[in-house]
Design a protein around this ligand. Sequence first.
Ligand code: 4AD
Ligand code: MG
Length: 467
Amino acid sequence: MTQAKVAPARRRVRQVLQGEVTPGPLLVKGWVRTVRAGKDLTFVALNDGSCLASLQIVVESPLREAPDLARLGTGACIEAYGELVASPAAGQQWEVRATDLRVLGGADADYPLQKKRHSFEFLRSIAHLRLRSNSFGAVFRVRSALAYAIHRFFQERGFLYVHTPIITANDCEGAGEMFRVSTLDPANPPRVDGAIDWSRDFFGERTGLTVSGQLQGEAFACAFSDIYTFGPTFRAENSNTSRHAAEFWMIEPEMAFADLAEDCRLAGEFLQYLCRYALEQCREDLEFFAEHIEPGLLEKLAALAEACFQTLSYTDAVKELQASGQRFEYPVRWGCDLQSEHERFLTEQIAKGPLFVVDYPKDIKAFYMRLNDDGKTVAAMDCLVPRVGEIIGGSQREERLDVLEGRMADVGIAPESLSWFLDLRRWGSCPHAGFGLGFERLLMYVTGMGNIRDVIPFPRTPGNAKF
Ligand code: 4AD
Ligand code: MG
């Protein structure tokens, strides 16, 4: 009986470089970052996405058993079998002396992602390949790690994870930014008195993609006390900025029996937890961002993890902005919505760190926020951080039926359209509060990346849904 030769299991580059693999026979697979052919030896840098660094593969020149050698260029997919040894040369601790190297998928010299530095604009035009670059490898490893950390944070604290619907009939934020979901024939919709008859649409009413899971989250909080959502959110706002996407992910916790102060406390703890987690678990990638994207990034995150968040009322924030002497594109007066330039000035110049702005005028905030005793402001909070501006928006919710009905009437929301939401105030109402963290805004803050398009796998923005 002959003994079948058993090939070793494939190992990830990260395992190898972290010293988890004992020297000896090794099989690795991945994509070629660079090839350097010498007279006697050829050096291949192999990356499989498991970490930033590549693994050096050394083969004798000319390569043996590489039938498709001509296509062993940058970008090719290869498998290498050989001996893992301590590298004799400087620059890397380990290398693989390959005895067998196969090209699984060759790449010609026109592979668009060459070693030189490309602009992020260019990389967006090859969103399917940019994933194999250093920057985007790091971004999406951090994104994955922080998604896990978000669940861990809430699960450790006993919050229930709820999946709120993606198709919904309510525009939670009331800003009229919903993408319509319809099966009516746009060329020939049914009409009554000239207007489109939405009652004959698929759901029997006008529906769209959700702008927030909050209202359904409130129903869950009024049964499970502490809950959170974490899912995709859609906004058809036509703002082509570096901080807005038409499809983004939001985390929305909701706590029964909580007021605005407790809401701010949870938001602060949450951000600090996530910064600490990233520092501990994504060190190599964060060091890359600190070197190439935002100098001082690690210190910034470490400082936030320890920071004392300041709180400023909207009214005081307006006074500070007016007294600052700074010229803004949009002048500030009480009652105006704070623009990005104001938010950044507040956090970067005035607070010099993370800041909660609370108690906004009711007319610039959503109908569900709890009316303060002054009758003019609501118990809202925005958390502002340097470079990004608003990263979190939240509030204590209006739990008094009559006040909520009054607010809905003021802003023109028909009570029948949200009868179930009013029911929560009719039976077993309780004080409650929550907030929404934009996942991509968090990633911009943690990685230092300046454009939201560069922290989403395949960004959706006005005029852009390719990939
Ligand atoms: O402030 P927003 O609109 O609040 C809500 O949606 C509430 N329902 C949240 C709640 O209280 N449960 O959005 C929350 C956060 C913002 O602070 C921002 O980080 C992010 O969502 N966000 C966006 N991120 C990317 N692109 C957009 N177009 C965004 N709009 C909001
Ligand atoms: Mg907001």
